[in-house]
Design a protein around this ligand. Sequence first.
Ligand code: SF4
Length: 350
Amino acid sequence: MFDLPAQRAHLSEKYDLAPSPELAASMSDIYDRMSRVVSPVDWAIYAPYVKAINDLKAERNAVILGHNYMTPEIYHGISDFGGDSLQLAIKATEVEADVIVQCGVHFMAETSKILSPQKTVLMPDMEAGCSLAESITAEGIEEMRRRYPGAPVVSYVNTTAEVKAASDICCTSSNAAQIVAAQDSHTIIMTPDQYLAQNVARDVPHKNVVWWEGSCIVHEQYSPQDLRDFREWNPGTRLIAHPECPPDVVAEADFSGSTSGIIKYVTDEKPEKALLITECSMASNIADELPEVDFVGPCNMCPYMKKITLEKVLYALDTMTGQVEVDPEVADKARLSVQRMIDLSRQLGI
Ligand code: SF4
């Protein structure tokens, strides 16, 4: 369990973390990446943490991987690489660093550890979970195999190492349809996201896609009526939905794509106004790179992702606590599922 007062006391003994407009001004190159969404007052609060973390990174030979759903001061202030969970895990294998700090949720840190077992992987808050990853266990996979004998199991990367190990192959939201289409079986089991599976089933009608009933608490909250109401209230806005949203929400949107697909779409299309029907920080993190796009409308926050803060990252790196371990036997099997996906994606040219 997290002992925040004790952590704060520890940090204040070693670092000067008082808000500092002077320090903030001296780090304007970093602030420029988030100035559209972070106020100068807030930046003066963040700057001492950002400096302390970036100095410590060099000392520890560490890199920080920041998921798209991190807040801007983490995504732009301290992350060496940003992206979706798989992009980050692949990046973890490519860097020379001894230490990876995963700014994201626990299954992402596990995936980094699976792909880079020799590196130390730190999670700033071990309680940063995921409703999708927690919805299924290895027993759930076995239950699906009993229900649909012989059908291959395609599991989303948003799963624990044990679930990946029990699956045949993994997928991401950007390659799910192609991975399913390429399976040598009419019936395919998809876990754990029922909505991603239903969206894939629509795109791959020649397959019988069956699914586990998990869902993401961020994306399942949207309804088609929300989108219709928004169009009426703010005409001309491009509505862009993540495929973890229910299919009737995706059907109301102008475009649906993975986090990297959404970024590519907005970057290529540059709509005057865009509503990203996904986690709140997505829009914040690309706002400064796309000044011509007005990101409007409501968004939903992931309470798990928001457990990661600058303070917790600094504490983890300072004390080297929060090390993620995966049983080597489980890791070997899980790596196989991830590697099959990477190999198949390359073979399919995606
Ligand atoms: S946004 Fe959804 S899928 Fe992503 S970590 Fe949060 S609960 Fe899990």
